[in-house]
Design a protein around this ligand. Structure first.
Ligand SMILES: Nc1ncnc2c1ncn2[C@@H]1O[C@H](COP(=O)(O)OP(=O)(O)O)[C@@H](O)[C@H]1O
Ligand SMILES: [Mg+2]
Length: 283
C-alpha cells in the first residue's frame, strides 16, 4: 500500500511539458540549387532551456540545419515553426527583426562575423542596430565580453586575435543581443586542446543561465560537457538518433553508422588488430 502511494506521488511530480517547442520541424527537406539534397526529412522539436548537440559527420547537414533554425533558409518541403512563427516568414524578411533579437547564430568561420575595426565595435554592432543609447550599448558590450572572458581584448582588431579569441569575440557579438536561443556551428573546430576546453566551459556557463543552446559538432569528446540531449544526423540526412549523451556516446554501432568513429584494421606480425578511431584518422 505504502509503496504504491509513493509511486503515485513520484509520478505526480514527474516533469510534464506544457510549454510549446521553440523549434518544431516535420519532414523538413532542404535542397541546394534544386540539385543537392542537404536535409531529407528532418523531424525535430527543441524546447526552451535545452542544451542540444547536433552530432554528425562532415556533410551530414549540420550547418544547413542551423541556417534553417536561424531563418536564413526556408525548407523546400515539410513544415517548420520557430518561436511560434512560420519560418518562411522569417526567411522572407517579414518577421526577421523580431526573430533575430531572440535567436543568434555563430557561424563556424568567425571572420564572417567580425568585420569592424575593434572587438568592441563588433560586439556593439547589434545593440547599436537596435537603437540603444551609448550607455546601454556599453553595458551590453561589457556584459558580453565578460561572459566570454575577453574584456582585455575590447580594443584589439579582430585580425590580431588567435583562433580561440576570435571565436569568443564572435560569440560575444551575438550575445550582446541577449538572445534566448544561441546556435553555435562547430565552435571548437580547429582549436588546440586547451582552448577547446576553455570554450566548452564558457558554453556550459551560458547554458546554466537558462538559454537554449544548439551546438553542432563531430567531436565526441566535447559532447558530455555541453549537451543535455544529443541529436545525431545520419548520412542519409535525417535524424538517426535522439537521446542523452550517455545513450548516444555508449552506442558504438550507432556511432559507426553515423561515421563518427571508424573501425581501423591493420596487421602487426601477421595478427589483425581492430581499433575504434574518433574523427579524422591521420595515417
Ligand atoms: N552552398 C552549397 N551549395 C551546394 N551544396 C551545399 C552547399 N552547402 C552545403 N552543401 C551540401 O549540403 C550537404 C550538407 O552540408 P552541410 O550542411 O555544410 O554539412 P555539415 O555542416 O554537417 O558538414 C553536403 O553534401 C554539402 O556538400
Ligand atoms: Mg558544417
Amino acid at each position: 500500500m505504502t509503496v504504491l502511494a509513493e509511486r503515485i506521488e513520484v509520478a505526480d511530480i514527474a516533469p510534464t511539458r506544457t510549454d510549446d517547442p521553440i523549434f518544431h520541424l516535420r519532414g523538413v527537406k532542404y535542397v541546394y540549387n534544386g540539385r543537392h539534397t542537404a536535409l531529407d526529412g528532418i523531424d525535430l522539436d527543441v524546447w526552451p532551456g535545452e542544451q542540444v548537440v547536433l552530432l554528425g559527420a562532415n556533410g551530414s547537414g549540420k550547418s544547413t540545419l542551423l541556417k534553417l533554425l536561424d531563418g536564413i533558409y526556408a525548407p523546400n518541403e515539410g513544415t517548420m515553426t520557430a518561436l511560434g512563427s512560420d519560418i518562411a516568414a522569417v526567411a522572407s524578411g517579414t518577421d526577421s527583426f523580431r526573430f533575430h533579437r531572440r535567436v543568434g547564430l555563430v557561424f563556424q568561420d568567425p571572420d564572417v562575423q567580425l568585420f569592424c575595426a575593434t572587438v568592441f565595435d563588433d560586439v556593439a554592432f547589434g545593440p547599436l542596430q537596435l537603437g540603444m543609447t551609448q550607455a546601454d550599448v556599453k553595458e551590453r558590450v561589457d556584459e558580453s565580453l565578460a561572459q566570454m572572458d575577453i574584456a582585455h581584448l575590447a580594443q584589439r582588431a579582430p585580425f590580431e586575435l588567435s583562433g580561440g579569441e576570435k571565436k569568443r569575440a564572435a560569440i560575444a557579438s551575438v550575445l550582446s543581443l541577449r538572445p534566448d536561443v544561441l546556435l553555435l556551428d562547430e565552435p571548437t573546430a580547429s582549436l588546440d586542446p586547451r582552448t577547446k576546453w576553455v570554450l566548452v566551459e564558457l558554453i556550459r556557463a551560458l547554458g546554466r543561465d537558462g538559454r537554449t543552446i544548439i551546438t553542432t559538432t563531430h567531436e565526441l569528446e566535447i559532447v558530455p560537457g555541453i549537451a543535455g540531449r544529443v541529436v545525431v544526423l545520419g548520412e542519409d540526412r535525417r535524424v538517426l538518433a535522439d537521446g542523452t549523451p550517455d545513450e548516444i556516446l555508449g552506442d558504438r554501432d550507432l556511432l559507426l553508422r553515423a561515421n563518427l568513429i571508424h573501425e581501423h584494421r591493420h596487421q602487426h606480425d601477421g595478427v589483425v588488430h581492430e581499433h575504434d578511431h574518433e574523427g579524422d584518422h591521420h595515417p
